[in-house]
Design a protein. Structure first.
Length: 223
C-alpha cells in the first residue's frame, strides 16, 4: 500500500473526480471542514496501512449498532454514534484516495453501506417512538433520491455539480440533531421525545422531496 502523497488541493481534485466533478471549493464551510478532518484522519490510517475496506467494515458495524445503542444507552449516545459512523464513512473514501485504491466496486460497497446505515438510523427513531410507516416513507424518499442520481450518472449526466437539500449530508445532520434534541425532550416527557423524533422524520421527508425536485430540475437542464 503506497504512502499517502496527495496534498489537500490534490485530494479535493481527486475527490471531485469521483463525485462527478463536484468542486469542494464551492461547498459550504461545514462540508469543507468535514472533508478536511476526514482527509487528516485518512492520512494517518494510510500511513499505518489500514485499508479502506477495513474502514468501511468498521463504519458499517458502527451504523448497525445505532439502534442497539439507542435502546440501551439513550438518544444522546445514539447521536454521538451516528456522528462517529458518518465520519468513518467519509474517512474510508479518503483512505482509498490516499492509497490509490479507489475503485468503482468500492463505490458500490459504499452505496450499500450508506443505505444500511440510514435504515439503522431510522431504526433508532423507531426505538424512541416515531411511527414505523413514517420511517418507511423516509427510507423510500432517500432511496429514490439516490437511485435517480445513480441512474443519471449511469447514462453520463453530470447532475451532482449542484448539491441538493436532500443529500446524505443533510440526512446525517437531521438524524444527529433529531436524536440530540430527543435527548433533551426525554428529560421532560417520553411523549415529547417521540414527538421530537417524529418531527425529525418529517423534516427528513421534506428535505428528500425538495432535493428530488432539485435533482430532476438539474437533470432537465442538461442538454
Amino acid at each position: 500500500m503506497a504512502a499517502p502523497r496527495l496534498t489537500w488541493d490534490a485530494y479535493t481534485v481527486a475527490w471531485g473526480r469521483l463525485h462527478d466533478g463536484y468542486d469542494v471549493r464551492h461547498a459550504s464551510p461545514l462540508i469543507r471542514g468535514w472533508l478536511r478532518v476526514a482527509y487528516g484522519i485518512g492520512r494517518v490510517l494510510a500511513r499505518i496501512r489500514v485499508s479502506a475496506r477495513a474502514v468501511t467494515g468498521f463504519g458499517l458495524l458502527l451504523n448497525l449498532g445505532v439502534p442497539v445503542v439507542a435502546a440501551f444507552r439513550g438518544p444522546w449516545a445514539a447521536a454521538a454514534l451516528v456522528f462517529a459512523a458518518a465520519m468513518v464513512d467519509t474517512v474510508d473514501g479518503a483512505v482509498a484516495l490516499l492509497t490509490a485504491r479507489a475503485t468503482r466496486l468500492g463505490t458500490v460497497y459504499d452505496a450499500l453501506v450508506h443505505r444500511l446505515a440510514e435504515a439503522s438510523w431510522l431504526g433508532a427513531f423507531w426505538v424512541f417512538g416515531a411511527p414505523g410507516w413514517l420511517l418507511v416513507i423516509c427510507g423510500a424518499v432517500a432511496w429514490l433520491h439516490e437511485y435517480m442520481r445513480a441512474r443519471a450518472a449511469a447514462v453520463g449526466l453530470p447532475v451532482i455539480g449542484a448539491m441538493t437539500v436532500g443529500e446524505r449530508s443533510m440526512r446525517v445532520s437531521t438524524t444527529i440533531a433529531g436524536l440530540a434534541v430527543a435527548g433533551l425532550a426525554g428529560q421532560l416527557s417520553t411523549n415529547l421525545q417521540a414527538g421530537t423524533v417524529t418531527i425529525a422524520a418529517v423534516v427528513w421527508i421534506f428535505l428528500g422531496v425538495f432535493g428530488f425536485v432539485e435533482l430532476l430540475s438539474s437533470i432537465g437542464r442538461v442538454r
